[in-house]
Design a protein around this ligand. Structure first.
Ligand SMILES: Cc1cc2nc3c(=O)[nH]c(=O)nc-3n(C[C@H](O)[C@H](O)[C@H](O)COP(=O)(O)OP(=O)(O)OC[C@H]3O[C@@H](n4cnc5c(N)ncnc54)[C@H](O)[C@@H]3O)c2cc1C
Length: 467
């Protein structure tokens, strides 16, 4: 008896043997849950793997890697399943899925946390915030911690506490050989350098150890919203104002149409707006006074800044990015919001058609820029801003139009591109991946790849080929 898995004919007994010894579940195409299990967050990705190995622990990850090697399977690695281009799922081949590995242990005395690869950002926030602590990470709670960390990790605490990788203490890794290794500042130092920005190129990380920092539990946060027509004035004010703000404040500017949701006043539904989202992670009274000039600028349509639980703020954008809508992203870093950049943003902002489409501009600097560019594999610590243009529709209807719009804005910004954040890339080819790291760092990453994965076993990622 034989089964077809990923295009290679396998002895069914080999698959059955793997299933028997496996602590988690092996999902094959004839499994009743297969169609549910192969879905990922981005509904525009529709792939059919030959096997989904839902690992229960490190032993399963080792077995899955060794099995895939032995049977020459193409491998995709999935943790939170939020890869924009869907690199966590393959056609044919094998998905090694760590989504079930959700263990978290916070040590409030040592101010550290251990988190397994299947943990989502909201899971870690909940555990750490029980002690008034946090790891700086992303802005949507259902994003996977693993993929986000391995690419760098930007979010509401970045200017105060840096990137997610800046708080990383150690990682447990299963290599392409199926060996278990640990990497930190003391052991496998080169690997530790590489996983801090180099993505999933060097192995499967099964567990992360982070330093925790005091945050909240209350923060002063929320958006201030103006009509898009006011955007040229608002952004000119904003670019001067952010030069003076303390690192406790991180802001993200978003352009969109107001979605028709009960949380937004009905008279604003559908209106093109620019909003500055804020999070002040120091004392509330201080936050209120730091934000005063922004809140008083011009004539805001809405001001929702207020003291709130950090976990509430972290979840505020979740409804804008639900599972299974169709998403297309283009991204770049910008040094500054120059007049030409602002003109392009306003021009394309006013032409947003879908009420779901957004583009966001993260303000970087602060603690991100204080870590040396060569200390970690992450590229672009000198970025002024990271722009994230996302064309969104709820189904395939209208998706092509949103994709074209996103490409149009990205192209209009092209003369101003600084570099790009690797976690915001689609499948854009080697030139763009090199841009994310810069030429020298890219070559160093290639050398590391030759050491840890010379046959490019882990290639469904923002790939750094060994040669
Ligand atoms: C709604 C949304 C919001 C986002 N917001 C932010 C944000 O605020 N800040 C930010 O920095 N990024 C953000 N991102 C981007 C995010 O960092 C990446 O999409 C990241 O890959 C998600 O991690 P994941 O575990 O869900 O990825 P998955 O889709 O599971 O994996 C993506 C890739 O990461 C690698 N990978 C995943 N797990 C492992 C592992 N355990 N070991 C080795 N390699 C692995 C693999 O190469 C895989 O292809 C956001 C993405 C989405 C969809």
């Amino acid at each position: 008896m034989s089964a077809i898995v990923g295009g290679v004919e396998l002895d069914r007994r080999a698959v059955d043997d793997l299933a028997t010894a496996f602590g988690g579940a092996l999902i094959r195409p004839d499994d009743p849950t297969y169609d549910e299990q192969r879905l990922i967050w981005n509904g525009s990705i529709d792939r059919r793997p030959g096997l989904i190995a839902r690992c229960a622990g490190v032993a399963d990850v080792i077995s899955a890697v060794r099995f895939a090697r032995e049977h020459e399977q193409l491998v995709a690695v999935r943790s939170g399943g939020h890869s924009y281009p869907g690199l966590c799922v393959c056609d044919r081949g094998m998905v090694i899925d760590l989504g079930q590995m959700k263990g978290i242990r916070v040590d409030p005395q040592a101010r550290t946390a251990r988190a397994q690869a299947g943990v989502l950002l909201g899971d870690l926030d909940r555990e750490a915030q029980a002690f008034g602590l946090a790891v700086p990470a992303g802005i949507v709670t259902h994003t996977g911690l693993a993929g986000l960390t391995l690419g760098g990790g930007i979010g509401w605490l970045e200017r105060k506490y840096g990137l997610t990788i800046d708080q990383l203490v150690s990682v447990d890794v299963v290599t392409a050989e199926g060996e278990f290794v640990r990497a930190s500042e003391e052991e496998n130092v080169d690997l530790f350098w590489g996983v801090r920005g180099g993505g999933g190129n060097f192995g499967i990380v099964t567990e992360f150890e982070f330093r925790l920092n005091p945050v909240g539990p209350m923060v002063f946060a929320g958006p201030v919203v103006w009509a898009m027509e006011d955007c040229p004035k608002v952004l000119r004010f904003y670019r001067e104002w952010i030069k003076e703000v303390p690192d406790e404040l991180t802001t993200i500017v978003t352009h969109r149409r107001v979605p028709p949701v009960p949380a937004m006043p009905e008279e604003l539904h559908g209106r093109h707006v620019v909003m500055v989202g804020t999070c002040y992670s120091g004392p509330g009274e201080e936050g209120e006074s730091v934000l005063e000039p922004l809140r008083k600028f011009g004539s805001p349509l809405l001001d929702r800044c207020a003291p709130m639980a950090f976990t509430t703020h972290q979840a505020a954008l979740d409804p804008s990015f639900p599972y299974y809508w169709w998403y297309y992203i283009r991204s770049c870093n910008l040094a500054e919001l120059t007049d030409e950049v602002i003109d392009a943003l306003v021009d394309h902002g006013l032409r947003i058609a879908s009420p779901l489409t957004v583009f966001s501009i993260y303000h970087l600097g602060g603690a991100v820029a204080r870590v040396g560019e060569d200390e970690t594999a992450f590229g672009g610590r000198d970025a002024g801003h990271t722009v994230n243009v996302i064309g969104i529709t709820s189904t395939s209807d209208g998706f092509e139009q949103e994709r074209e719009w996103a490409r149009g804005l990205w192209s209009a910004l092209q003369p101003h591109h600084q570099h790009v954040y690797v976690n915001f890339l689609m499948e854009e080819g080697e030139v763009r991946i090199r841009e994310a790291y810069g030429a020298a760092k890219y070559d160093r990453l290639k050398a590391l790849k030759r050491e840890y994965d010379p046959n490019n076993f882990f290639r469904l990622n923002q790939n750094i080929p060994p040669n």
